[in-house]
Design a protein around this ligand. Structure first.
Ligand SMILES: [Zn+2]
Length: 175
């Protein structure tokens, strides 16, 4: 996986790093190598359906300086997205510091969580600027992702509400 496109992905990676003014290019991994790396170092954060990941504080010391960009699906959009996270990490972006509140926020509203929103929008802009054939796809996936997260957070809220309502009715009848 990725072997044919690897050269072009590496060209894009250095181009993107220049645009982001990254001080150093992080360790890059593609395809199955990337999947296996995440499974090994951050099994909790691995999702089969994801297209990539950026790892940082869950890694051994040698990788921690600039983090590791993992691109599972070998796409330029994912590459741009994850490199944007590398830049956020380099800048010591406070949103990457995952306290409990941020974790919940990210879980409930992924596409609206500031670091994700920035990375998704950066990737769309990059694909557009280089006139990449994935541009249309990536953009429509982004729109679908936003709709999905709105619907799922509304559903979760309704379910939670019904659950407490059920408890309330139960207790009222009990006493
Ligand atoms: Zn992301």
């Amino acid at each position: 996986m990725c072997e044919e496109e690897k050269v072009s992905l590496e060209d894009h990676a250095s181009n993107i790093a220049k645009i982001l003014s990254l001080k150093s290019l992080p360790e890059m991994m593609y395809g199955n190598e990337a999947r296996n790396f995440v499974k090994k170092h951050f099994p909790k954060g691995y999702k089969e359906s994801s297209s990539g990941a950026f790892l940082f504080d869950e890694l051994p010391e040698i990788y921690r300086e600039s983090g590791v960009v993992c691109v599972y699906d070998c796409s330029v959009g994912t590459l741009a997205h994850e490199l944007c996270h590398a830049k956020q990490y380099e800048d010591n972006n406070k949103w990457l510091k995952m306290n409990l509140f941020n974790k919940r926020y990210r879980k409930c509203l992924y596409a609206f969580y500031p670091v994700e929103k920035e990375a998704l929008e950066f990737a769309i802009k990059y694909l557009k600027d280089v006139n990449h054939h994935d541009y249309g796809n990536y953009k429509s996936e982004y729109c679908k992702t936003r709709i999905f997260w709105i619907v799922s957070s509304v559903t979760k809220t309704v379910v939670l509400f019904l659950f407490f309502y059920f408890l309330f009715v139960l207790f009222k009848n009990f006493f």
